[in-house]
Design a protein around this ligand. Structure first.
Ligand code: NAD
Length: 385
């Protein structure tokens, strides 16, 4: 089947096509061939390589040009500079040059590793996203941010580099484990509550803890997420102003994900992070209990994993909160960290920040945040039991 959605993603002066379909691998290969690369370096993690990587590299080799499959270990733990360096060496050994196209075949981890590698190799070569996880199809590929993790936190080392194209096939989501579908739903819920409240009713009726969604539903979810992200990034390619809203739930979410060594999936961390953010907003007097209940209901309906499993050290989580990557956007108030907070669905709180102007962030006392993290994560365990 051909692509059923062709949309130009525009972020200020950057733009690239996003093409989506179901069972559209032939079209994906045809689009890759159109880039007329000297070689194609298909990057994926070892699990995705087995499922789709060998096949895609073979098809590209037959129909487009020399293709090599380069792999990295599965998981967030391997999203670091060491992996990027090793892959750069392998790409060079395979003959990569300035006309090479890097194909990021995989989830958000591979997308970030490949995006950063593409921005560094010869100071910038072309790359195409072929996202295979829900997080990647509806979220991570819609960003110019290409970053990997540092010891002290997530996504702290990176660049901005735009893909030349995104080619997505919902058929690839059929092999995605339910844990990863639920993780994607965490980001979908974020788009709904923070940016696009018109999604909430329909989303609420289709969310299910078993994580079973048909292709029509997945295409709707992805199209809505494209629209939500476009709303906040069209005038903000670096996600430093209106696009900061996409960080909703990420202050606590990143800390939990990082403290768990990647065992808590990205979107599951974000889901809990949003519940924490709603409660923080309520305690600061900005939101009511209804907003907190809405968050809890949607997150539970999506079957997002139990929040603070026993293997996550809460002391480490609280330590990492102080290293969040939004530090420095607002005047550094001692003992505070900037967070995205809502007063109601789709209504984000702003703080004046000269000379940029109002930013969708609120300085939150770390002591209050830590208290809410402690309480919410205990309740979360209860919720999941
Ligand atoms: N702006 C951005 O760049 C941005 C935005 C959102 C998320 N992210 C990043 O994305 C990452 C999370 O992405 P993710 O959840 O896709 O993680 P991931 O890439 O680790 O994929 C999750 C798991 O799913 C497996 N998988 C992927 N596709 C599969 C398929 N079709 N069938 C079976 N298994 C499959 C992978 O092997 C892995 O085990 C985080 O590192 C996060 O920081 C970045």
């Amino acid at each position: 089947m051909p692509f059923t959605l062709n949309r130009l993603i525009t972020m200020e002066d950057a733009s690239f096509p996003y093409r989506l379909g179901t069972d559209c691998i032939d079209d994906i290969v045809a689009r890759l061939a159109a880039h007329d690369a000297s070689s194609y370096m298909v990057l994926s993690d070892t699990a995705v390589a087995e499922l789709y990587g060998h096949d895609l590299a073979a098809r590209i080799g037959k129909e487009a040009g020399p293709a090599h499959l380069l792999t990295h270990e599965v998981g967030e733990r391997h999203k670091g500079l060491t992996t990027v360096g090793a892959l750069a060496d392998q790409a060079l050994e395979k003959g990569a040059d300035r006309r090479t196209v890097i194909v990021a075949l995989g989830g958000g981890v591979t997308g970030n590793i490949a995006g950063l590698l593409a921005s560094l190799l010869f100071r910038g070569v072309r790359f195409v996203h072929v996202p295979t996880s829900l997080v990647a199809q509806m979220d991570s590929v819609l960003s110019l941010k290409q970053a990997v993790n540092a010891r002290l936190g997530k996504n702290l080392i990176g660049t901005f580099h735009q893909p030349v194209e995104v080619l997505a096939d919902t058929a690839m989501l059929r092999t995605l484990p339910p844990r990863e579908i639920r993780s994607g739903m965490g980001e979908v819920i974020k788009n709904a509550v923070a940016i696009r409240p018109t999604m909430i009713d329909r989303l609420g009726s289709m969310l299910n803890p078993q994580a079973r969604y048909d292709d029509d539903t997945l295409r709707w979810i992805i199209a809505e997420s494209l629209a939500a992200k476009a709303d906040v990034t069209v005038d903000d390619r670096h996600e430093r102003r209106s696009g900061l809203v996409l960080e909703y739930g990420h202050t606590t979410g990143h800390a939990i994900e990082h403290a768990s060594g990647g065992q808590v999936a990205h979107g599951a961390g974000v889901a809990l992070g949003m519940v924490v953010a709603a409660e923080v907003s309520r305690r600061l007097g900005h939101a009511d209990a209804e907003l907190v209940a809405l968050h809890r209901d949607l997150v539970a309906a999506g079957g997002v994993e139990p929040v603070m499993p026993s293997y996550v050290d809460p002391v480490l989580v609280k330590h990492l909160l102080a290293y969040d990557n939004k530090r420095g956007y607002l005047d550094n108030r001692p003992g505070h960290t900037p967070m995205v907070l809502l007063e109601a669905p789709g209504r984000v709180l702003h703080t004046e920040s000269p000379p940029t102007g109002p930013l969708p962030l609120v300085p939150v006392p770390l002591a209050l945040l830590e208290e809410v993290v402690d309480e919410t994560t205990r309740q979360g365990m209860h919720l999941a039991a």
